[in-house]
Design a protein around this ligand. Structure first.
Ligand code: HC0
Ligand code: SF4
Length: 579
């Protein structure tokens, strides 16, 4: 073990520990811009690039970057000496010297680590004259890159290359022109970007933000010829409160519904309803593939892969096109909802498709891209018109001058607002497959589930597996969150070595609770765990916890769809994939 003192406090750490971690272990916060670590998820960015974390080490001539200097025996460290603070100020001034000073109108204003750092260090004047880079803005359906706001922290690169293994982003150019960009500086929509949004989730400045659609939604809400319905994704309710200063993990389902009503939405519905519908379709598909397999069909495609995460869909279309007939053909709940809203529900209320506007509130930026895919539209009219992120909803609520914290709890409208506990857990890694198991078990065995909770499918490990006993038939299930983890399972499938019958894949670490559109977690993995706990507690408190017991789903099949995987269901609720 190593003994040292930091700001006169003794600390004992194991060999190899950095000064930054040693300080953090005794509650001393050393400021950083580029360093990032999500504990338990094996995600770390420590390029030692920004140098904001420099500290003074007694007896050494040079200041030491705390994020990449190991603690050694007898070190005496001063984290906030005048010399260290002055160096930090100079470094941040140099970063600011070529940074556009448009904080007043920047999308990240108020949430920007660089702005906060400048404030923390009391910088009032920039003494250096940098050279502004002249990059144009890169817009895509989901993400905006304001490239001249890149400070080369390279967190996005770590997320894209190491965590997601997509490999779109890397450092290019030198000096004031140095930025992180796709190859040949092409736009994101020409690259193999999945729009997972994990680069946006960790960007410390306004270089990467979502494509903001709040203006378009406000216009729809003010148009008297339009009926505007809204659907809310499972993970939003476990995080929206953070936008209003509530602790992470506060469930705000009822307040969220009340806020949406006050914003003027005509019907407040729930994506969770469509998550139950997804289980009916995907569960039926799983069972039909399993039966064919058991009857000896050698051509049956197993394992079945979940298909509700649009970044994951785009990932396999780009990177594993030869596997494109393995995922379930079920559309995502967002898209099933849009399709049902613009047919069944529009008919019910006597509104023409083109006068019904469907807005989604999603924790995800890829949902913006998914809703723009041409196969999810009829004669150019999309099934989902706009997909706002949790952050954008927070902004709309503030803009509407609604005091979120004092709102009463209200209920979703019907018939597309009823959901079960199985649907709620879609919002966290492992939840989709647990929901599928709850339904598939009962249909397969004809018996009630001996227990509703499948603890063996839960957790935060990036790759998990479990075997579920379907009354003597063992079903092997795999779960991956983060596309790098998914890649490992896909390579096993390619090599013919997969042991699984069914696999759930979600692109974002933690699943949708960690989506690129959620309130910024600033690298705090505890926040994701708290959101996950909130999701499971909502499931526990639901009266109905299995998708096939949702009475409004039963009614939808009786009145409109017929049966799961019927011709009509195929047409409205399933899709195909493209190379
Ligand atoms: Fe998800 Fe979904 S669970 S992808 O994470 O399946 O975004 O929350 O809305 O569509 O339901 C996101 C969350 C959803 C969809 C659902 C699925
Ligand atoms: Fe990479 Fe995802 Fe960002 Fe695209 S959205 S650049 S895939 S991290």
């Amino acid at each position: 073990m190593i003994n040292l003192t930091i700001d006169h406090k003794p600390v004992v750490v194991s060999k190899g520990t950095t000064i930054l971690k040693a300080a953090s272990s005794i509650g001393i916060d050393i400021p950083t811009l580029c360093y990032m670590k999500l504990d338990d998820m094996n995600i770390e960015n420590k390029p030692g690039g920004c140098r904001v974390c420099v500290v003074e080490v007694k007896g050494r001539r040079n200041l030491a970057p705390a994020c990449c200097t190991e603690a050694t025996e007898g070190m005496e460290i001063n984290t906030h000496s005048i010399r260290a603070i002055n160096a930090r100020r100079t470094i941040v001034e140099l970063i600011l010297s070529d940074h556009p000073a448009d904080c007043l109108i920047c999308a990240k204003s108020g949430n920007c680590d660089l702005q906060n750092m400048a404030h923390h260090l009391g910088i009032r004047k920039i003494h250096y004259q940098g050279e502004q880079s002249l990059y144009r803005e890169d817009t895509s359906p989901a993400i905006i890159r304001e490239i001249n706001k890149c400070i080369m922290c390279r967190r996005c690169e770590t997320m894209c290359n190491e965590v997601q293994t997509v490999g779109v982003l890397s450092a290019v150019n030198r000096g004031f022109q140095a930025v992180v960009a796709p190859a040949f500086e092409m736009n994101l929509d020409h690259s193999t970007c999945t729009y997972c949004g994990q680069c946006v989730a960790v960007c410390p400045t306004g270089a990467l933000t979502e494509a903001d659609e709040t203006g378009a939604v406000i216009r729809a809400l003010s148009d008297p010829t339009k009926t505007v319905v809204v659907q809310t994704a499972p993970a939003v309710r476990a995080a929206l409160g953070e936008e209003f200063g509530m602790p992470a993990g506060t469930l705000v389902t009822g307040k969220m519904v009340a806020a949406l009503r006050r914003l003027g939405f005509d019907y407040v519905f729930d994506t969770d309803f469509a998550a139950d519908l997804t289980i009916m379709e995907e569960g039926t598909e799983l069972l039909s593939r399993l039966s064919a397999f058991m009857e000896g069909d050698k051509n049956v495609k197993l394992p079945i892969l979940t298909s509700c995460c649009p970044a994951w869909v785009k990932f396999f279309e780009h990177h594993f096109p030869e596997l494109k007939d393995i995922p379930s053909t079920a559309r995502s709940p967002q898209q099933m909802f849009g399709s049902v809203a613009k047919t069944y529900f529009a008919d019910k209320i006597g509104v023409k498709r083109e006068n019904l506007v469907v807005v989604s509130i999603m924790p995800c930026l890829a949902k913006k891209y998914e809703s723009s895919r041409p196969e999810f539209s009829v004669n150019g009219n999309p099934d989902v018109d706009f997909a706002l992120s949790t952050r954008e909803l927070g902004h709309l609520i503030n803009l509407g001058n609604i005091d979120f914290n004092s709102l009463p709890n209200e209920e979703f409208d019907q018939p597309l607002g009823e959901s079960t506990g199985a649907a709620v857990i879609f919002g966290t890694t492992g939840g989709v497959i647990e929901a599928a198991v709850r339904t598939a078990y009962e249909i397969f065995t004809g018996n009630p589930l001996p227990r509703v909770d499948f603890e063996e499918l839960r957790g935060m490990d990036g790759l998990r597996k479990a075997t579920i006993d379907f009354n003597g038939t063992e079903i092997n299930i795999g779960i991956a969150h983060g596309l790098g983890n998914a890649r490992k399972l896909l390579e096993d499938i390619q090599a013919g070595n997969s042991e699984f019958h069914a696999i759930e894949i979600m692109s974002c670490p933690g699943g949708c609770i960690g989506g690129g559109g959620q309130p910024y977690h600033h690298g705090d993995a505890e926040i994701l765990k708290k959101r996950q706990r909130a999701i499971y507690s909502e499931d526990k408190n639901k009266n109905i916890r299995k998708s096939h017991e949702n009475p409004y789903i039963t009614k939808l099949y009786e009145e409109f769809l017929g049966a799961p995987m019927s011709e009509k269901a195929h047409h409205l609720l399933h899709t195909k994939y493209f190379d």
